[in-house]
Design a protein around this ligand. Structure first.
Ligand SMILES: Nc1ncnc2c1ncn2[C@@H]1O[C@H](COP(=O)(O)OP(=O)(O)O)[C@@H](O)[C@H]1O
Ligand SMILES: [Mg+2]
Length: 352
């Protein structure tokens, strides 16, 4: 019997558009001999719509153009339903497993995972707590320190503290971190709101920008390193992929370098010695376990140029999933083709 999978896409998130691209790829690669597919979009203002059209129309929001392919439906939080409710008819439809292909807020941050947890439907990826920990860069950094995982020196503060004691906070940060300093909203993604400061004036501007996206911000010592990424897959005995490397076409891997410029380079495997790559893979599994991840996560590191130290940058619990995205490419290079990867992820969800 085929299992019924519900793919969620879109979402109330600054990464809504990225999700549409990821989901379009995922949907078209789910093995249809084993799974029956339902697709549900969440609009930018939070409306849930079951979509029966072509997944190729997801990017640029074109899935919303044909009303006849859309139907109001919601995920039921009643465990006995184990599925979705069609709102026009009140009909309940059983779902075996959910694949939330949602990036950022309201999708990757534990909130959707909480809803799915209550619904009782197995879902792909990290649970509520792990998703929430990995979404918040200050909490991730604190957990990494607690687990003895090397990373950049860092500090964090919220807007209230900043408004009342700005100069002290900025001066303390400069004393602790030195320049350059990377300033980030604690909860964001796709480099939105992140900038690099090389002077106190730039630091203030960087904080103001980051505060436009979140009421808590993280400041980090700038690392001069190779930027590498490792895909991890599994539950209790996770496996790590080969390691990939990113060479940003801009000063750092900002939004433009990620999605617009199209000139950033990916190298698979990363151009580092074999023993260093092994070290990154071990560090990726260690971070995955320490952060309570399950199903999948792409763990990003810097390998510091001065001494080769492997330093955690950040985990991405729902990484990009287009055909050119790092996560599926890394497993493809590790001998797991995209459709098989999707099948494994759905199985890990059900197993858990
Ligand atoms: N401490 C740091 N040192 C050097 N570069 C950094 C540092 N933190 C972030 N960057 C650069 O900024 C990019 C985005 O930061 P990241 O923390 O990965 O945020 P996001 O969740 O938006 O991807 C990174 O890919 C890297 O190029
Ligand atoms: Mg990143």
């Amino acid at each position: 019997m085929k299992k019924k999978v519900l793919v969620l896409f879109g979402g109330v998130s600054s990464e809504h558009e990225v999700s549409l691209c990821s989901a379009s790829s995922v949907i078209s690669r789910i093995p249809t001999d084993r799974y029956e597919i339902r697709t549900m979009g969440i609009t930018k203002d939070g409306r849930f719509l079951l979509y029966s059209g072509d997944p190729a129309l997801l990017p640029e929001g074109r899935w919303l153009e044909d009303e006849s392919k859309l139907e109001d439906a919601v995920i039921s939080c009643d465990r006995s339903h184990h599925g979705i409710i069609h709102l026009a008819t009140c009909e309940i439809e059983y779902i075996d497993v959910v694949f939330p292909v949602l990036h950022g807020k309201n999708g990757e941050d534990g909130t959707m995972q909480g809803l799915l947890e209550i619904s009782g439907i197995p879902y792909v990826g990290c649970d509520t707590a792990s998703s929430a920990i990995c979404m918040d860069k200050a909490v991730t950094n604190a957990m990494a320190d607690f687990s003895g995982i090397p990373q950049a020196k860092w500090t964090a503060f919220n807007k209230n503290a900043y408004l009342s004691e700005k100069n002290a906070l900025l001066n303390n940060a400069v004393d602790k971190l030195g320049f350059p300093i990377f300033v980030k909203p604690a909860n964001a993604g796709s480099s939105v709101g992140i900038s690099k400061a090389t002077s106190i004036e730039e630091l203030e501007a960087a904080c103001n920008l980051a505060f436009e996206h979140d009421k808590k911000i993280v400041l980090e010592e700038g690392i001069d390193g190779y930027e590498v990424e490792c895909a991890v897959l599994g539950n209790d005995e996770p496996i790590a992929s080969v390691v990939g490397e990113i060479v940003a076409c801009n000063d750092f891997y900002d939004y433009d370098a990620k999605y617009l410029a199209n000139k950033s380079e990916l190298h698979i495997p990363a151009r580092l010695p074999a023993d260093k790559l092994e070290e990154v893979r071990r560090a990726a599994v260690k971070a995955y376990t320490a952060l309570g991840c399950a199903g999948l996560t792409r763990v990003d590191f810097f390998v510091r140029k001065s001494d080769g130290l492997v330093m955690l940058n950040e985990p991405n619990t729902i990484p990009g999933f287009t055909s050119i995205s790092m996560y599926p490419k890394l497993f493809e290079a590790s001998g797991i083709p995209y459709p098989e990867l999707i099948d494994k992820l759905l199985n890990y969800a059900i197993e858990r």
